[in-house]
Design a protein around this ligand. Structure first.
Ligand code: 2YG
Length: 262
């Protein structure tokens, strides 16, 4: 999973209503609706107090990260706040303010913990489900669709799990052949693509950290690409030729995490 940097956070549109509008145009649903669909949760969610705790371990705080997560959570209808203290002090502050849910991230794991339900949602797993749900909704829940999944990491595998629940046909392209074989062993229904670029796929989920993987020759004006990967794996010209690109750096993952634990 690629580590975000300050300029990534600053590039996120502070007007989350714009994102809802773009998602409604491309999938027919809002950020919260896609997150709830990904996790089979009914809306509205119960009103909850959510704490976001900055974590200083490893490479440390990413300027704006906690603030942006809080803004997304407020947009989703929760009573969210960022703690003034970091790390353990921040977790105590979450308890002092009766938070039911705590979001925090170190360099390797970004998680939402529900303190009462004793459950958690990992960002990688939630992101995979959220972007797979967005693609499935963009295809108007077409169970006959075939999806090319690029990448068999945590995000790609979570996307595969969601799509298999919808009986969607999946073709996996993973350059690490042992990883691809291990994934096919785990999900026998999927097919492996030796050379995914040899043909067109109308639906593509890019769960790789590679930039510009998807090129103009890989897309037509009917191609819909759902791309949680950071950076965006779609070459600019390909993005213009495709029908739709569903891409955001943090918002859909956070929305799906919230729905997962609510
Ligand atoms: O609390 C802080 O400011 C830092 N400890 C946050 C560090 C986050 C590191 N993780 C990432 O940048 C990404 N894996 C987050 C998720 C990216 C979108 N899926």
């Amino acid at each position: 999973m690629t580590r975000l940097v300050k300029k990534d956070i600053e590039s996120i549109d502070s007007n989350l209503n714009h994102l809802d509008q773009r998602l409604r145009e491309s999938t027919g649903h809002s950020l919260l609706e896609i997150g709830a669909f990904a996790m089979s949760k009914e809306l509205p969610l119960r009103q909850t107090k959510v704490a976001v705790v900055p974590i200083t371990t490893g490479l440390g705080i990413i300027d704006g990260f906690s603030e942006k997560v809080k803004e997304i959570l407020i947009h989703l209808g929760t009573d969210a706040f960022t703690t003034t203290k970091t790390d353990i002090g921040g977790i105590q502050e979450a308890f002092d303010h009766q938070a039911a849910i705590v979001f925090m991230a170190d360099d390797d794991v970004f998680s939402a913990f529900h303190l009462h339900k004793r459950s958690y949602s990992d960002n990688g797993a939630a992101t995979g489900r959220g972007f797979a749900a967005a693609l499935y909704l963009a295809a108007e829940q077409n169970a006959a669709m075939e999806v090319l999944v690029l990448g068999a990491g945590p995000v790609g595998q979570a996307a595969i799990e969601f799509l298999l629940e919808k009986n969607v046909q999946i073709v996996l392209a993973e350059c690490d052949k042992p990883k691809a074989a291990q994934c096919q062993k785990k999900y026998p229904e999927i097919k492996l693509a030796d050379d995914w670029a040899a043909r067109h796929y109308q639906y593509i989920l890019d769960a790789t950290p590679a930039a510009n993987l998807i090129k103009t020759k890989n897309v037509t004006d009917e191609t819909i690409i759902s791309a949680p990967g950071v950076p965006l794996g779609v070459a600019a010209e390909a993005a213009e030729n495709a029908d739709r690109i569903i891409h955001n750096l943090l918002e859909l993952g956070v929305a799906t995490m919230l729905c997962a634990v609510s």
